[in-house]
Design a protein around this ligand. Sequence first.
Ligand SMILES: CC(C)=CCC/C(C)=C/CC/C(C)=C/CC/C(C)=C/CC/C(C)=C/CC/C(C)=C/CC/C(C)=C/COP(=O)(O)OP(=O)(O)O
Ligand SMILES: O=P(O)(O)OC[C@@H](O)CO
Ligand SMILES: [Mg+2]
Length: 228
Amino acid sequence: MIDYRSWRHTFKLDPDKTIGDDELEALCESGTDAIIVGGTYGVTYDNTLELMSRIRRYAVPAVLEISSLDAVVPGFDSYFIPLVINAGDADWLFAPHVSGLKAFGQYIHWDEIIAEGYLVANPDSGVARLTKARPIEGAAEAKAYAQTAAKICRLPIVYLEYSGAYGDPAVVRACKSGAGEAHLFYGGGIRTAEQAAEMAALADTIVVGNVIYEDLQAALSTVRAVKR
Ligand SMILES: CC(C)=CCC/C(C)=C/CC/C(C)=C/CC/C(C)=C/CC/C(C)=C/CC/C(C)=C/CC/C(C)=C/COP(=O)(O)OP(=O)(O)O
Ligand SMILES: O=P(O)(O)OC[C@@H](O)CO
Ligand SMILES: [Mg+2]
């Protein structure tokens, strides 16, 4: 079982995007705690396998956040399974999971599977459109969602997903308060060391994604900001 509870910083790499060997080495050797592989669109078996095998040259833990049943690739240290707790289309709560268990049930090592209560907070993100995510009406409602994930569903992870936008610190704080014993991941819009430090002070683990593909040095600075 991976020790995600000790993680403070992760990078999320999208198999649908291009990353050079030197850039990948810099990310994997940066001191980050783990590489998460995932994305909403364009994730295929082949591009996921290719990215995984390149990450596997390095010692850093590698996790696949499953978003498509067509791209469940063996060989990761662990598999994060999102349940979109504010999905307006309820099929994103359990339907693909039931299909996944029918398809892959016999191959599953349950100690490699970790469920995430996914709270989608940026209405303009791809994942919000895909799942028809319900808007979050303020910090009190965010806390209630986090409590629903952590205390009612007893999920081990609450993932506050602002993908593409920098989040509201009051909402992050509310999710931390609602998550209780569950581990809070925050991801979305972190582009500077200062933003990384701000969100790392509020959440247990931060996730840095898109900036990797736009400004590698800025992405690397987020590790130093959290780890120093
Ligand atoms: C052989 C082998 C390896 C066996 C392993 C067995 C195993 C792990 C089986 C899985 C069984 C199972 C329960 C599968 C469920 C699979 C599944 C399809 C679940 C649905 C997941 C889901 C709700 C997806 C919706 C989209 C989502 C939440 C994606 C998460 C990632 C994400 C949001 C990334 C960010 O995307 P990005 O593109 O950067 O940003 P935008 O959204 O803004 O575009
Ligand atoms: O890509 P960004 O906006 O950094 O978000 C990170 C991650 O939460 C995306 O799933
Ligand atoms: Mg992304």
